[in-house]
Design a protein around this ligand. Structure first.
Ligand code: GAP
Length: 512
């Protein structure tokens, strides 16, 4: 099995074993691509949300928050284009009766060619050592040239088929002899579009019930409230509205744990700007969002921009911030210049004016919008997977440690009496009573102190505070740092400021 797969399996099992993420309704064998955040996961998720909210809303005097309802008037989704165009191309295997995303089948095939090319490159690197010139090898080695050219050709034909004629996508699947990944059958139906929105009903009687959708993005709740917020908050363009909340998509290929879920959470901000100024704001938000990610210290090499060449009909520029997940670089956040598409569409469908009077220009206009859209669960996965480490220590033993950015850690400190007697538990409880007003702290007296340290390492707790017999004499404790395992003797009175210094959002956000 590939090492990457092992790492990812380890992430999923650690998340369950240490109370971060459970499969939804597991007693009934779970519900595919739906997950529950457990006692530690809910804290980590809350801290990520808060870190985003602080940096977007609290730190920007021209951005305000919103919490729009999940259920919205159904015309919202007609106007936004989701009813007509929020589709995935699906294909069924007639023998296995399994359903797949046609584009993913083709992409997976193309990815295998890419993997083959990479293997050739790595073999050559080992063979030639320092003398290896990767760029030259890629353009001259016949096998690598062939693999990469074929990959490019397939992806180009896929993109064309997706936008022009789905019959071409089916023809491509047949030509490449792509088989059902589970059964090997090549007996395929035609490719059909499938809408990803979950429908539901409002009202009690079957006749009068109104068909609604569970929102597939939080953004539309912001657009339809644009005038309400602008007028009631006396906001001047440029200004932003930020929102976090659940979104629902009936994803067909829901895999890779919490990377692609059917119920997930988004953290979105729509920034309303003067028409014509959008590119300058788009560039600003691209950089600002990357800086926010980098402030968490997960490693600059784990991020890259992917600028979209083919744009959605409503966008005039778009980029993803991609992250190096255990299964490779994938989209983490999207930054989109959405023009005036959404506000204009809601004007047309509602008959209401969604405009802004710009006193400086002395005219009304529909603002342009630059959007930043980050999946909270995807962010959780990026942080969690990158932080999970297996370390071999100097004495040859090993430890599992979750090196979460301290600002996001679910529990900031564990207070441990060295032994369960001589009044040490009482002092530990007194310390907890003091610290719990400012930090999430926990008490643990079970097992030898070394094992307790290891357990807190695996939970990502940045500090362990140990109360011993010297504490009774001089009001000092040892404080152990998770990442270095270094222990310092400090006064109980100094604990708050020591912890504060490492975990305060201010200190972390100042790195932006
Ligand atoms: N309002 C724009 C919008 O929704 P998107 O690219 O469809 O754009 C934005 O989604 C972000 O939401 C993605 O970058 C990703 O982080 C997250 N996301 C989208 N679909 C998801 C899913 N099925 N599961 C988890 N996160 C998802």
């Amino acid at each position: 099995m590939a090492k990457q797969e092992d790492i990812f399996k380890n992430v999923v099992s650690h998340a369950k074993e240490y109370g971060f993420i459970f499969p939804s309704s597991e007693v009934y064998d779970g519900l595919s691509a739906v997950y529950d955040y457990a006692q530690n996961g809910v804290e980590l998720k809350k801290n990520i949300r808060e870190y985003w909210w602080k940096s977007m809303v609290q730190m920007n005097d021209n951005i305000v928050g919103l919490d729009a309802a999940i259920l919205m008037h159904p015309t919202t989704w007609k106007a936004s284009g989701h009813v007509d165009a929020f589709n995935d191309p699906l294909i069924d295997n007639k023998d296995s009766k399994k359903r797949y995303r046609a584009d993913v089948l083709v992409e997976d095939y193309a990815e295998k060619l890419n993997v083959k090319a990479k293997k050739e490159i790595e073999k050559a690197r080992t063979r030639f050592g320092d003398a290896f010139n990767e760029q030259e090898f890629i353009t001259t080695n016949p096998r690598v040239v062939e693999y990469l050219a074929k990959e490019r050709e397939i992806l180009e034909r896929l993109a064309k088929g997706m936008s022009e004629d789905l019959a071409d996508v089916k023809a491509l699947i047949e030509e490449l002899e792509i088989a059902d990944p589970e059964t090997g059958s090549r007996n395929w139906t035609d490719v059909k579009q499938f809408n990803l929105m979950f429908g539901t009903k409002l009202g009690a009687s079957a006749d009068s019930a109104m068909d609604l959708y569970l929102r597939p993005e939080t953004a539309q709740g912001i657009f339809v409230n644009f005038v309400n917020v602008q007028k009631s908050g006396r906001m001047k363009v440029p200004f932003g509205i930020a929102q976090t909340g659940k979104a629902f998509r009936n994803e067909i290929v829901a895999r890779q744990f919490i990377f692609r879920m059917r119920e997930f959470e988004q953290m979105e901000m729509q920034f309303f700007v003067r028409p014509g100024d959008e590119m300058q704001h788009y560039e600003h938000w691209k950089e600002a969002r990357l800086k926010w990610h980098l402030s968490l210290g997960l490693g600059q090499e784990n991020y890259r921009f992917h600028d979209h060449e083919k744009l959605a009909h409503y966008a005039n520029a778009a980029a993803d911030i991609e992250f190096n997940f255990p299964f490779g670089f994938k989209e983490l956040e999207g930054i989109h210049s959405r023009t005036d598409f959404d506000l204009k569409a809601h004007e047309q469908h509602s008959g209401r004016k969604l405009q802004y009077f710009d006193a400086e220009l002395n005219k009304n206009y529909v603002p342009y919008v630059v959007e930043t859209s980050l999946g909270l669960d995807r962010m959780f996965l990026a942080v969690f997977a990158t932080s999970l480490k297996e370390e071999v220590l100097e004495d040859g033993s090993s430890r599992t440690v979750l090196k979460l950015p301290a600002v996001l850690a679910p529990t900031k400190a564990a207070v441990l009496p060295l032994v369960k007697k001589d009044g040490l538990p009482d002092i530990a409880h007194q310390i907890i009573e003091e610290l719990k007003w400012d930090f999430n702290v926990t008490y643990d007296e079970k097992d030898a102190v070394g094992r307790r340290y290891r357990r807190q390492d695996a939970l990502g707790t940045p500090f362990c505070i140990t109360v011993d017999h010297q504490t009774i004499e001089d009001q000092t404790v040892t404080i152990r740092h998770r990442d270095t395992m270094k222990q310092d003797r400090v006064a109980i009175a100094d604990l708050k400021s020591i912890i504060e210094n490492e975990v305060s959002m201010k200190n972390w956000l100042m790195k932006m």
